[in-house]
Design a protein around this ligand. Structure first.
Ligand SMILES: Nc1ncnc2c1ncn2[C@@H]1O[C@H](COP(=O)(O)OP(=O)(O)OP(=O)(O)O)[C@@H](O)[C@H]1O
Ligand SMILES: [Mg+2]
Length: 352
């Protein structure tokens, strides 16, 4: 009997790992699938191999394969732990997306927050890490300042439970420190804080984990690129040439051979001004067409243009990101950007 990998994968998609609420294929647990003459062998990657669910999942996989391909098929399934596989605690995260810019104040956090909301509203499971260790802003943007994430123990190690708001899992250094005091971190402390937010937290199963980066090309960006498998970066700029000079530096850092993080595209923030009482008007106060030009210079798509509108500042200050407002054209722009980001990821992963 000649089997094809896609037939086997389809059958295995019917096997659910209840602890994570999805099937073993989409959870990325399937590893090393080999087909022989009448035989199927593969490994299944579990968080731990000593949990009772391991046998249950293996039995259901065996049963599903026999039902599909008949009694005579030989099946060999080996459970392995994430640790043996060298997979980190982010193994339940499908896509890790960085929101970056070389420049401060261009709207990275605004874009990260609203992109997270737009993705969640399109049905995805989304988390957001505020990796701006030096100036965290996500707690305020989501109106969860002063909240304290829970902590529990797993295998003798503390695990942080992200705060949830608008269906998004959030973590920020701002939950752990007094943000009214200046945060003075030395490089290694900052990177260890980032590692804790990413690796020592219970992110569970997510389609997207968005990372809001601090400005520039420092330790945080470097650690992220070197230690984590980042799916791609969304780069934010404003229409001024000076801003773009810094953005280009950040883009070329991600493009370096050793670090290589694919650039998903550019977002031109503050592209034009739209007054609150004239939502159809567009005033290009910094000139028109910069976004397109910058994007083509970087050789990446322009994912979208976001106007300067009062509601964005107000929404950010009051914990109500604009992407939640169905009436707002900006919310529609973020929904379109979310859609394009998904398509870009698929295109980039297909190229690999
Ligand atoms: N399109 C916009 N229209 C109006 N206000 C905006 C817009 N984008 C961002 N802002 C406001 O500008 C300020 C800076 O934005 P934001 O914090 O998102 O930038 P940032 O790039 O993350 O900054 P930092 O480099 O400090 O992390 C915020 O007060 C935000 O509300
Ligand atoms: Mg920011």
């Amino acid at each position: 009997m000649v089997l094809s990998k896609s037939e086997v994968v389809d059958v295995l998609k019917g096997v659910i790992y209840f602890a994570k609420g999805d099937n073993i294929v989409d959870l990325g647990m399937l590893d090393g699938l080999e087909l022989g003459e009448g035989s199927i062998s593969f490994r299944l990657v579990f968080p731990r191999t000593d949990e009772p669910a391991v046998n249950i999942v293996i039995n259901s996989a065996n049963k599903a394969l026999i039902e599909a391909f008949g009694e005579d098929i030989r099946i060999d399934i080996k459970p392995v732990s994430e640790k043996e596989k060298g997979r980190g605690p982010l193994s339940g995260v499908k896509y890790l997306i960085a929101v970056a810019s070389g420049k401060g104040g261009v709207g990275k956090s605004t874009v990260a927050a609203n992109l997270a909301i737009a993705l969640a509203r399109s049905g995805a499971k989304v988390g957001l890490v505020d990796a701006d260790i030096y100036g965290p802003s996500i707690p305020m943007m989501f109106g969860v300042e002063g909240q304290q994430p829970g902590v529990f123990e797993r295998e003798g190690k503390p695990v942080i439970v992200p705060i949830e708001k608008f269906g998004i899992k959030l973590l920020s250094i701002g939950f752990f420190v007094d943000t009214n005091k200046p945060l003075v971190w030395r490089g290694p402390m900052a990177t260890s804080a980032l590692n804790q937010l990413l690796s020592d937290a219970d992110w569970g199963v997510l389609d997207f984990l968005i990372i809001d980066l601090p400005p520039g090309t420092g330790d945080i960006q470097l650690t992220l690129a070197q230690s984590y498998s980042v799916t791609g970066a969304v780069v934010v700029t404003t229409p001024q040439k000076l801003a773009f000079a810094d953005v280009k530096r950040a883009a070329s850092m991600f493009n370096q051979e050793k670090l290589h993080i694919p650039l998903l595209g550019l977002i031109e923030n503050m592209a034009y001004f739209t007054p609150q009482d004239a939502p159809d008007k567009k005033y290009y106060i910094f000139g028109k067409g910069h976004g397109e030009r910058f994007a083509s210079e970087l050789g990446i798509p322009l994912l979208g243009q976001i106007p300067i509108v009062e509601q964005i500042t107000e929404g950010g200050d009051s914990g109500n990101p604009i992407a939640l407002d169905d009436e707002s054209p900006v919310a529609r722009s973020f929904a379109d950007i979310a859609h394009t980001v998904r398509n870009r990821i698929t295109a980039i992963l297909l190229q690999k």
